[in-house]
Design a protein around this ligand. Structure first.
Ligand code: DOR
Length: 445
């Protein structure tokens, strides 16, 4: 951004700052946060009166599938980034199971180029592991880390041979993350259930044991090799003591996250929502949902993400097990969490910790996740009391549906600022704005 970029002052917002929540003015310029409570005489080209609103750091969603290249009938980087802007998500980290898979530096670089051309928010792309791309993984740059599908999901990425996993954990240096569902358990369950007859069987095929066994295996690898590892989408109460024990025995090695669908839906919702909530890992029970919330409050789980994984409704409507797993969520995740706050499940400060500060820390993203002078001006203004009903036909995700269709949410994003510029303002989006690639501390040397 040129040094002459307009300065913006946000006045009268209740700001969630690292040292507390209070009324403050925030001055933005050159794409950054310049000052908190600037002198009243500090010059600004534009003033936003944010009376009655809360100012929080923009959400960093560290687990999304945006389908480009190759699967753009479901979603593309532009439509997904519009959905992000509407949802207060200012940075996303995208998974490698596109077509082709992003399993080389060239694959990651291609996505970065596509994103620079079409994303209205900031972006980053993981490199995917295969059983034999260790050399690519060892030299990869411009990426937050390496994604391993230890259990298979959408696409053909899978590394479940112990020898290959040992090498990845031993020889690479980038942070690692994984989809943890034990392949052998899933296959045995599927065989026992004849492949599955209804979507209810999905949670019996991808059951508690599959999640527990695979997460235990990944934690064993990470702790033995002392390799930073992030457990994606924890779905069961069973995995939580494993993560808590690793925190004690190997501080700083393991982080873990919950996703919004696992914090909302239970197997009882299959009757109402069918394959709309078919996900990998599968939706579990009320006891699991309650345990995930408690683990977030206890600090065992530190990140809330979405695993935004759109498929068209026609694809989803196929009879199980032909129906694909995945659901869209980026444009509703923050509003969902604000609704949970009103239900007494968490505070606004916890939401900011789980969705902004901790994802930045987990992936060592430079200058994001907190409202601090010098950090990037990626921000969301929210009206925590504004209610709205989620509607399929109002979704900006290309697949135009939401598993939360019909739900009344309390708490709404009213403005999203990316790099100091407003990209979403009360329903209007600037489709021409372009975000920037996230930068990682491990690349700064
Ligand atoms: O349900 C899922 N769908 N889980 C994943 O991990 C991948 C995702 C997709 O890409 O469709």
């Amino acid at each position: 951004m040129p040094p002459t970029a307009p300065r913006v002052r946000i006045d009268n917002a209740t700001c969630v700052l690292p040292d507390g929540t209070r009324r403050a003015s925030v001055l933005l310029g050159n794409g950054a946060i310049l000052d908190i409570d600037p002198a009243p005489t500090a010059a600004a080209d534009e003033t936003i009166d944010a009376s009655g609103l809360h100012l929080i750091p923009g959400v960093i969603d560290d687990q999304v599938h945006f389908r480009e290249p190759g699967l753009t009938h479901k979603e593309n980087l532009h439509t997904a980034s519009l959905a992000c802007a509407k949802g207060g998500v200012t940075t996303f980290l995208e998974m490698p199971n596109t077509v082709p898979n992003a399993i080389t530096q060239a694959g990651v670089d291609h996505k970065l180029e596509l994103a620079a051309d079409r994303c209205v928010v900031n972006y980053g792309f993981y490199i995917g592991a295969t059983p034999d791309n260790i050399e690519d993984l060892k030299t990869a740059t411009r990426t937050p880390g390496i994604k391993i599908f230890i259990g298979s999901s959408t696409g053909d990425l899978l590394v479940d041979q112990q020898e290959a996993l040992e090498r990845i954990f031993a020889e690479t240096t980038l942070p690692l993350t994984a989809h943890c569902e034990d392949e052998a358990t899933v296959r045995a369950n599927a065989e026992r259930l004849g492949g599955g007859k209804t979507v209810h069987d999905h949670s019996k095929i991808r059951d508690h044991a599959a999640a527990r066994i695979s997460t235990a295996r990944a934690i064993d690898l990470a702790t033995r090799h002392q390799h930073r590892f992030h457990v994606l989408h924890v779905s069961t109460a069973d995995e939580i003591p494993l993560i808590a024990a690793a925190h004690k025995s190997h501080p700083g090695v393991i982080t873990a996250e919950a996703c919004t669908h696992h914090l909302w839906f239970t197997v009882d919702d299959y009757d109402r929502l069918g394959t709309r909530i078919q996900m990998n890992p599968s939706i579990k029970t009320r006891a699991d949902v309650d345990a995930l919330w408690q683990a977030l409050r206890d600090g065992v789980l530190e990140v809330v993400a979405t695993d935004h994984a759109p498929h068209t409704l026609d694809e989803k409507k196929q009879p199980y097990p032909k129906s694909p797993s995945g659901l869209p969520a980026v444009e509703n995740s923050l509003a969902l969490m604000l609704t949970a706050m009103h239900d007494g499940k968490c505070s606004l400060e916890q939401i900011v910790d789980w969705m902004c500060a901790k994802p930045a820390r987990t992936w060592r993203i430079v200058g994001k996740g907190s409202i601090v002078p010098g950090f990037d001006a990626d921000l969301a203004l929210v009206d925590i009391n504004k209610t709205h009903i989620v509607k399929d036909d109002e979704q900006l995700t290309k697949c135009r549906w939401s598993p939360w269709h019909g739900e009344r949410l309390k708490g709404k994003v009213v403005r999203t600022i990316v790099g100091g510029k407003t990209v979403f303002d009360d329903g209007r989006i600037d489709p021409m704005h372009r975000g920037s690639p996230a930068r990682y501390a491990h690349e700064l040397g």
